[in-house]
Write a protein that binds this ligand. Structure first.
Ligand SMILES: Nc1nc2c(ncn2[C@@H]2O[C@H](COP(=O)(O)OP(=O)(O)OP(=O)(O)O)[C@@H](O)[C@H]2O)c(=O)[nH]1
Length: 190
C-alpha cells in the first residue's frame, strides 16, 4: 500500500513501476483508493503484488484507514521538494502504528529526486529519519524511474522471505483471509 501526503507522487510511482510511464502535467488527485497488480520474478518465484494506491488528502483518511489492517507492506512517501510532506512523516507513522499490523513491512521513500533545483529535504535528513525509526530508505523518481523497481523488488523479496517461513505471517494472514472470505485464494507456500 502506498501512503503519504497528497501530491508526493504515489500514483506516479505506481504507474512508473507498472507501466514504465510517467504521468506528466496535470495532477489528478486520487479519490479514495485504487489498486494495480504486478507479477515479479523474485529469485525464481513469481510474486504477485497487489498494490493499493491511497488518496493522500485528509478527507479520504477514514477510507484508507480501513485498508491498513490487511496490508502486508507499506511504502511511505514524502516529496523531497516539499518540506511539509517530510515533516508529516511522523504523523503518518503514528497512523500506521494505530491502524496497520504491528509487523507490516515498511519502507520510507523520498520521491522527486529528479527536481534537484527545487529540493528542500536533504538526502541525509531522510536517512536520519529512517534510521531513527529503523526503516529502510531510498530516494526515488517516478519521472526518471530511478530506484522505483528497486524499492518494489525489495518489498517483494521481504514478503517472499516471510512467506517461505510459512505458517508465519503473511501466509498465516492469508490463511485467515481464505477462511474468512471463503474464496479460492491459496497460500503461496507449496
Ligand atoms: N518532477 C517530478 N514530479 C513528480 C514525480 N512524481 C510525481 N510527480 C508530480 O507530482 C504531482 C502529484 O503526483 P501524484 O502521483 O498524482 O501524487 P499522489 O501522491 O498520488 O497524490 P494524491 O492522489 O492526491 O494522494 C503530479 O503533477 C506529478 O506529475 C517525480 O518523481 N518527479
Amino acid at each position: 500500500m502506498l501512503v503519504g501526503d497528497s501530491g508526493v507522487g504515489k500514483t506516479c510511482l505506481l504507474v512508473r513501476f507498472k507501466d514504465r510511464a510517467f504521468l506528466a502535467g496535470t495532477f489528478i488527485s486520487t479519490v479514495g483508493i485504487d489498486f494495480r497488480n504486478k507479477v515479479l520474478d523474485v529469485e525464481g518465484m513469481k510474486v504477485k503484488l497487489q498494490i493499493w494506491d491511497t488518496a493522500g488528502q485528509e478527507r479520504f483518511r477514514s477510507v484508507t484507514h480501513a485498508y491498513y489492517r490487511d496490508a502486508h507492506a507499506l511504502l511511505l512517501l514524502y516529496d523531497v521538494t516539499n518540506k511539509a510532506s517530510f515533516d508529516n512523516i511522523q504523523a503518518w507513522l503514528t497512523e500506521i502504528q494505530e491502524y496497520a499490523q504491528h509487523d507490516v513491512v515498511l519502507m520510507l521513500l523520498g520521491n522527486k529526486v529528479d527536481s534537484a533545483q527545487e529540493r528542500v529535504v536533504r538526502r541525509e535528513d531522510g536517512e536520519k529519519l529512517a534510521k531513527e525509526y529503523g526503516l529502510p530508505f531510498m530516494e526515488t523518481s517516478a519521472k526518471t524511474g530511478i530506484n522505483v523497481d528497486l524499492a518494489f523488488t525489495a518489498i517483494a523479496k521481504e514478503l517472499k522471505q516471510r512467506c517461505t517461513k510459512c505458517p508465519s505471517e503473511p501466509c498465516f494472514r492469508l490463511h485467515d483471509y481464505v477462511k474468512r472470505e471463503g474464496r479460492g485464494a491459496a497460500c503461496c507456500h507449496p
